[in-house]
Design a protein around this ligand. Structure first.
Ligand code: FAD
Ligand code: FES
Length: 265
């Protein structure tokens, strides 16, 4: 919490990269230098004075040397639609880095990351961290269509091979939901005698619930990122509460990342 800062970030670019998906690159050197995988920024969207609430967006990538952060956002409502019209040069007030991100223990040797849709964004910095640590990493990406698999190329570059992909309409990879790829990956790793010792999942809540159950059934410790609606972003308003076995927790400060077995689904 003490490292939370407010930064006036200049929008460097803001481009459509897929169906209802946009990539915004912002100059935010202080946040870029401090962010950990799975944390997010709380953005005061410029030119939206009629809506005072900030919008939370995960940091997809950060370049401390260049002082930039990337966010990948999906257009779902008023604020995100408004964001598509923001041009380079404008300033956006960012509060960040917010929240408690992913934590893969030091002893992790083999990990599986699972992303549904825009959930691929908050997992990318974790993927970079794990690859940098020499962890054997497998990635499953699911999306509605091939065009919506916008993070695929970045993961491919990082992994040196194409991640396991599925599309709901069968236009790329396995047709249908990505949960069948997750089941297979868990079984293959076990048959190889080298089961996963960490799993992280981000995406729609039903996907996270199913993947959390699969991980539990295979005895794999798993974490999930809970994207609750947020107002203050600093733990004061209780609008982002997650029910856990340890009681109610605030997604903005206690999360957004939680151990999957702690969440009451
Ligand atoms: C920690 C965190 C990280 C996030 N990271 C990303 C990201 O990297 N990319 C991305 O595209 N989105 C992300 N989201 C979701 C994003 O914040 C919302 O989509 C956005 O705030 C919607 O604003 P809006 O004004 O367009 O929607 P509104 O007009 O306010 O609402 C439109 C619809 O979006 C839903 N919605 C609104 N806020 C949220 C929310 N916080 N979580 C889930 N659904 C919501 C509403 O229920 C409604 O159905 C994240 C959310 C959280 C909490
Ligand atoms: S958004 Fe206010 S407590 Fe989390």
């Amino acid at each position: 919490m003490s490292s939370l800062i407010n930064e006036n970030a200049v929008i460097l670019s803001n481009q459509q990269v897929g169906p209802r998906l946009h990539l915004m690159v912002l100059e935010a050197p202080e946040i870029a230098a401090r962010v950990a995988p799975g944390q997010f920024v709380h953005m005061k969207v410029p030119r939206m004075d009629d809506h005072i609430l900030r919008r939370p967006f995960s940091i997809y990538a950060a370049d401390a040397a260049a002082g930039t952060v990337d966010i990948l956002y999906q257009v779902v409502g008023y604020g995100s639609d408004h964001m598509t019209g923001l041009e380079a040069g404008l300033c956006a007030e960012l509060m960040g880095p917010v929240g408690t991100g992913w934590h893969a223990g030091e002893n992790v040797e083999r990990a599986l990351l699972v992303a549904g849709g825009v959930g691929a964004a908050p997992l990318f910095m974790l993927a970079e961290q794990l690859v940098g640590r020499g962890v054997k990493l497998d990635v499953v990406l699911g999306a509605q269509t091939e065009q919506a698999l916008v993070c695929r190329s970045r993961y491919e570059e990082l992994l040196g091979c194409c991640p396991n992909c599925s599309t709901d309409d069968g236009t790329f990879g396995r047709p249908g939901f990505c949960t069948s790829l997750v089941e297979e990956a868990l079984a293959v790793a076990e048959n190889e005698g080298r089961p996963y010792d960490y799993l992280a999942v981000c995406g729609p809540e039903p996907l996270m619930r199913i993947v959390a159950r699969l991980a539990q059934a295979h005895g794999v410790p798993a974490q999930v990122s809970m994207e609750k609606r947020m107002a203050c972003g600093i733990g004061a308003c209780l609008s982002c509460v997650v029910d856990t076995v340890d009681g109610k927790k605030r997604a903005c400060v206690d999360g957004p990342v939680f151990d999957s077995q702690k969440v009451v689904w």
